[in-house]
Design a protein around this ligand. Structure first.
Ligand code: SF4
Ligand code: F3S
Ligand code: ZN
Length: 103
C-alpha cells in the first residue's frame, strides 16, 4: 500500500501536470508518487480504473507510462484541488495505491 507518510519519507523531485512528484524516480521502471492532497503511487497502480470511474469530481486522468512493470498507464491526480474528500477512490483501489489527506 501507499505510504501515508510519503511527504516525510520521500523528497519532491519533480512536478507533473501541476502537482508534485515524490521520488525516487528512475524512468520507466520507477515513477514515484504523483500528487500531494490526492496522492497516487504510480509504482503500485495497475491501471484498474475504479478511481477514474468513481470519483464524483473527475480528479483523475490517464497518463501513459510505457515500460512500467505494473501497467502502461496510470491514474494521474491532475485535478487534486477539486477533491471533496469523499474517500471513494481510496476505498475502491484494489492495490491501495491512493492516499487522500482529508486532515
Ligand atoms: Fe475523488 Fe473522492 Fe478520491 Fe477526492 S477522495 S479524488 S473526490 S474519489
Ligand atoms: Fe490505479 Fe488504483 Fe486507480 S490501480 S487506476 S489507482 S483504482
Ligand atoms: Zn502526475
Amino acid at each position: 500500500a501507499i505510504d501515508p507518510q510519503f511527504h516525510e519519507n520521500r523528497e519532491q523531485v519533480d512536478e507533473h501536470n501541476g502537482h508534485a512528484v515524490w521520488g525516487p524516480v528512475d524512468e520507466p521502471e520507477e515513477l514515484g508518487i504523483h500528487g500531494t492532497h490526492v496522492a497516487v503511487d504510480f509504482d503500485l497502480c495497475i491501471a484498474d480504473g475504479a478511481c477514474l470511474e468513481d470519483c464524483p469530481v473527475d480528479v483523475f486522468e490517464w497518463v501513459d507510462t510505457p515500460g512500467h512493470p505494473e501497467s502502461e498507464e496510470k491514474a494521474d491526480p491532475t485535478k487534486e484541488a477539486q477533491c471533496i474528500d469523499c474517500m471513494l477512490c481510496v476505498d475502491v483501489c484494489p492495490v491501495d495505491a491512493i492516499d487522500v489527506d482529508a486532515g
